[in-house]
Design a protein around this ligand. Structure first.
Ligand code: NAP
Length: 304
């Protein structure tokens, strides 16, 4: 089969590779679409904390068809392998693709929405009327988080790197959109879901209402600052961190429960995956560059 291999020189190349072999409790899926995630960009750049040894086939989420004809979405097994014509997934991490949904939408759904939903329902617990800030709001997780905040009855505000992305975020239901430079001095927030880290995270800490929480989910813009608990006490503020991979390992039941809640909301129409761009497998390099260069909106998807 053909797959995109990240080689020892960190080049992404379409190659012929052996078909993956499923172990017990695993299923081979004919991949119809594979989601591109920022972790893939970080792995490619050598910046991911738990990167697999090279060479390997990147890609952690897919949509496709099993040998029995079941249309599925899911996470591939831990070794990766999603950027390929066929991939193996643990049966526990396969879900039915909702009727009427495209494979591209399927590959754009799980990882982004779980990364928005679990922090906003289990960690910061967004209540109706809450004021919620989502950073990198036009991206994959961001486009999900703005919808989630809105679906929970909150007032969603987006922060983005460039003003051209504002229209995309407003279209998802945000009440307003700011650039990071415009954040200083705005009305504070009950909850901040931050995907940028660095100076944006530091600025966010100063923008919390009493009893507010900032949840760190990503560091696309730089390493997180050290947080002084004395400052949190003084401001009645909380800092939380979220990492889906670890939760899937240690709290798989909770993640599956959350996936069920999200699939129900997708079927009900209150949440919709946002596919911003689709590339053939052979153009994986261009797809990852689009995300790395901050030019993407929504999710980028590869199609074999
Ligand atoms: N903790 C977890 O379990 C988990 C799971 C999934 C994703 N994440 C994290 O969530 C974030 C979003 O992931 P995603 O896959 O949806 O990607 P994405 O948001 O579609 O793309 C990354 C975005 O980060 C923003 N960004 C800010 N500073 C940047 C910089 N210096 N270089 C590049 N991008 C920068 C850009 O938006 P602007 O130009 O608008 O700033 C860019 O579009 C990433 O940080 C990712 O690592 C974490």
């Amino acid at each position: 089969m053909r797959a995109v291999v990240l080689d020892e020189e960190r080049r992404l190349q379409l190659r012929d590779v052996p078909d993956p072999e499923p172990a017990e409790g695993q299923t081979v899926v004919e991949v119809r679409a594979a989601g591109v995630n920022y972790a893939d960009v970080l792995i490619r750049e050598g910046r991911y904390p738990q990167a697999p040894p090279l060479p390997f086939v990147p890609g952690s989420e897919i949509a496709g068809v099993t040998a029995e004809g079941r249309r599925v979405i899911g996470f591939v097994r831990a070794e990766g392998g999603g950027y390929a014509e066929r991939a193996v997934a643990d049966d526990d991490w396969l879900f039915d693709l909702p009727h009427g949904a495209s494979f591209e939408e399927g590959a754009a759904f799980l990882l982004a929405f779980l990364t928005a939903w679990i922090p906003l329902t289990r960690q910061a617990v967004v209540r109706p009327g809450a004021r919620v800030l989502v950073t990198a709001a036009a991206g994959g997780v961001g486009s999900a988080a703005v919808q989630v905040a809105r679906a929970l009855g909150a007032e969603a505000v987006g922060a983005v790197g460039s003003p051209e992305k504002a229209g995309h975020v407003l279209g998802l239901g945000a009440v307003s959109v700011l650039t990071y430079e415009e954040l200083a001095g705005v009305e504070p927030f009950d909850v901040i879901l931050d995907q940028v880290g660095g100076e944006v995270f530091a600025a966010g800490l100063e923008l919390l209402r009493p009893l507010g929480t900032i949840v760190g989910v990503g560091f696309a813009g730089g390493a997180w600052p050290t947080v002084d608990p004395a400052r949190l006490v003084g401001r009645n503020a909380s800092v939380a961190g979220f990492y889906l991979g670890r939760l899937m390992r240690f709290r798989p039941g909770l993640v599956r429960e959350a996936a069920g809640e999200l699939l129900e909301r997708w079927a009900g129409g209150s949440l919709t995956p946002v596919v911003g761009a689709t590339y053939p497998l052979a153009e994986a390099d261009a797809a990852l560059r689009l995300v790395a260069d901050r030019r993407s909106t929504g999710k980028v998807v590869l199609v074999p």
